[in-house]
Design a protein around this ligand. Sequence first.
Ligand code: ATP
Ligand code: MG
Length: 333
Amino acid sequence: MDEKKKVIVSGIKPSGDLTLGNYLGAIKNWVKLQDEYDCYFFIADLHAITVRQVPAELRKRSLEVLAIYIAAGVDPEKNTMFIQSHVPAHCEASWLLTCNSYMGELGRMTQYKDKSKNKEGDSISAGLFNYPVLMAGDVLLYQADLVPVGVDQVQHLELARNIAERFNRAYSPTFTVPNAYIGKAGAKIMDLQNPTKKMSKSEENPNGYILILDPPEVIRRKVSRAVTDSIGEVRFSDDQPGVKNLMTILSTITGMTMEEIEAKYEGQGYAQFKKDVAEAIVEELEPIQEKVKGLLSDKKQLEEIYKAGAEKANYIATKTLRKMQKKIGLVQY
Ligand code: ATP
Ligand code: MG
């Protein structure tokens, strides 16, 4: 492996079925990064359990997420692909970093505030509060230079940078301070029913999201029902969040610019536009769905991939963890 390659770390929680947002905002970009960078792509099962999961589903979904990564073109030969809980250093680093994090900074995380909004103070899981620290460990353990994130994760990455700088200052340089890597297009895909809200796999209303594994007819139905407006013109404008979102999706998949899309549908209303968006999504996802099926029918192969990934990841992560322990003053054994 080329020693000079920059390190990239990213993962997705198996907390629900993956959406088009996960695909266009994360996985599709990974495929473009894998040749140029030394990449670690993991299944964030430890993050998924910040919200109670059905055990059998979590297990099944974790493998499904791995299969989706591979089917989408993320190559296990080129990247280190692993399941987070197979690398115990993530939990250990998380505690060491928790002791170097502040309640105040964690309490300011908007995702925590959003997700805990409708819950009583006593019943908000401490994991939900602490998870940005686990995430900081996820990237710092591999000395990541870049973390490809959707706009929704920028604040957490900023926190990881603060924690890294604080640790480096307190003990001596230990961590590379990572930068956010935000893909040009498709940085944020919005909910189809509520286009001012991000498309999310833990959303209750299934019409708001498209799943990577949704059958074509479901995709077509969801797009045809996507909320637009009464303006009736395909224009990339903040006043038309629904249309803007569909344009973002179309542009990210086909590579068409917003100007090209506007010109193509000038004076036509939304019907043909929506049809074309749906077809673009179907064409993009169908081959992935086929490959996922194949991969899931051969559990042995998946097992080999995540075991090899865990071995590589454990080696690097443990090296950083030992450094942290030593600097903090824990007795080496
Ligand atoms: P949850 O609702 O459980 O938080 P999620 O869909 O937000 O689920 P995550 O596992 O939190 O998924 O995020 C995985 C990756 O997908 C992150 O890099 C995140 O930035 C990206 N991502 C998630 N949703 C979107 C979206 N709507 N648009 C673009 N990127 C997204
Ligand atoms: Mg999320």
